[in-house]
Design a protein around this ligand. Structure first.
Ligand code: PLP
Length: 450
């Protein structure tokens, strides 16, 4: 009605006049005013609903407006909204204990941060102090956050404009069989050759100068790259050989996204440090952290850890995390991810690949999938050039517009669309969303060579 239109107009006006947006040319931002959300859907002020196939930056693992998480935040806000990090908090302790109980190996302590980037900042600070070495290795195809250290770790083009951070970082190629940097023709070869390449980088960079290798357990925004069998085990062995710490960045892949609490549990590898954020409480209140074990703890047992944050272990964030982890278990959400990933998403994506000329490859696990779009399936030329913007990116824009028109909010990045809905999604919703993607791929097909 008129009132709703007036409310939407106000949101738009305030946004245009006063909000400075992430990653954007400010004069070109046109943010759709959003009025609310529930479960797998959110909606605007005119009542148009979107099925959320992005989980809002792959964040909302438990879906919009989960009543138990909302209630936990409300109760905590009424009881004690904030408390300094040096004081004890029941919900902070409970959240840390629950995370430690679910973490692999001997990882048993949590340093809480406000999000993923600062979790990575603290993980590399810990690694540098623990090893007394300066350098951190990370993959070109990675995103680790937008603060000084984290953006230097980031391998993708978002690093370029921030290059002068003075961080000692070197990048390497991880496994990516579909576009192998190593000319492999099997997963085994890709795994072996990527490990040999990483060993060469370590050697040439100087093993005694390397504090840590940071690795997304499953590479997220840069393509949902699931490591081939043996790869993460091999990285672990290489780290052990040279006294390098392994940091698993689970900011996007963790907390149920891949059907386990932590994605790295698929490969039985225990890292030295895990960083997390997003799915820990689905971002209802900003929260991230570093999970560490006894060896890192020991370094700071009698010497102070030189780092902290006003909001470390914020009670609202921790109360939301406790409620979310409990709901995940009470409602069988990990099982939902495993079951629907295997029985609904995977077979349907294979069908889409058979049906659409624009689909080069589909890959993923759990509720974490990529559809990689190409101009030509023979040459594998991407549907849009690497890091394209403006007119050059128009075919991806047309695909996304077709999804949105039919009420699906997609996640797109470069020449890919990712299927990353809430982990709580139902089979019917998932099928409805994949039907919309199927139809929108007809639009992408029009931009192929064949
Ligand atoms: N690491 C990974 C793997 C991510 O996907 C992200 C965000 O998308 C980050 C770190 C940064 O997290 P934040 O945006 O909470 O700082």
């Amino acid at each position: 009605g008129d009132l709703d239109t007036a409310a939407a107009d106000q949101v738009r006006a305030d946004d245009r006049a006063h909000v400075f947006h992430s990653w954007s040319a400010q004069a070109h931002v046109d943010a759709i005013p959003i009025a609310g959300g529930s479960g797998s859907y959110f909606w605007d002020y005119e009542g148009k609903r979107y099925l959320d196939f992005s989980s809002q930056l792959v964040n909302l693992n438990i879906g919009h407006g989960h009543p138990k998480v909302v209630q936990a935040i409300q109760e905590q806000a009424a009881r004690l909204a904030t408390i300094a990090p040096a004081l004890g908090s029941d919900v902070r302790g409970e959240a840390a204990r629950m995370i430690a109980e679910r973490a692999p190996g001997d990882l048993d302590r949590v340093f809480f941060t406000n999000g993923g980037a600062d979790a990575n900042e603290h993980a590399i600070r810990m690694a540098r102090l623990q090893t007394g070495r300066p350098t951190v290795l990370s993959a070109y195809r990675s995103y680790h956050g937008a603060t000084g250290g984290a953006i230097a770790l980031t391998g993708d083009p978002r690093r370029w404009a921030n290059e002068s951070t003075g961080q000692s970082v070197a990048h390497f190629f991880g496994p990516y069989a579909y576009r192998s940097a190593f000319h492999s023709d099997s997963e085994e070869q890709e795994s072996e050759r990527a490990l040999q390449h990483l060993r060469d980088v370590v050697q040439l960079q100087g093993p005694d100068t390397i504090a840590a290798i940071i690795q997304e357990s499953v590479v997220g925004t840069n393509g949902i790259l699931v490591p081939p069998p043996g790869y993460l085990q091999g990285v672990r062995e290489l780290c052990d050989e040279y006294g390098i710490l392994l940091i698993a960045d689970e900011v996007m892949a963790g907390f149920g996204r891949c059907g386990e609490w932590f994605a790295i549990q698929h490969w039985d590898v225990v890292p030295d440090l895990i960083t997390f954020a997003k799915g820990v409480n689905s971002g209802y209140v900003p929260l991230g952290g570093v999970i560490l074990g006894p060896r890192t703890y020991e370094r700071f047992a009698d010497r102070p850890y030189p780092g902290g944050l006003t909001y470390s272990g914020h009670p609202l964030g921790c109360a939301a995390a406790v409620a979310s982890m409990k709901a995940f278990e009470d409602e069988g959400i990990l099982d939902n991810v495993r079951k629907l990933g295997e029985t609904v998403v995977e077979p349907r994506l294979q069908q889409l690949k058979d049906k659409h000329a624009s689909v080069g490859e589909v890959r993923g696990l759990g509720m974490f999938w990529a559809i990689e779009l190409v101009k030509d399936r023979q040459t594998r030329e991407p549907l849009v050039p690497f890091n394209a913007s403006g007119e050059a990116a128009a075919p991806m824009g047309a695909f996304a517009a077709a999804c949105k028109k039919e009420g699906l909010w997609p996640f797109t990045h470069m020449n890919r669309t990712h299927v990353v809905p809430p982990c709580t999604i139902s089979e019917d919703e998932l099928t409805a969303g994949l039907d919309i993607i199927d139809a929108a791929l007809d639009v992408a097909d029009q931009h192929t060579a064949g």
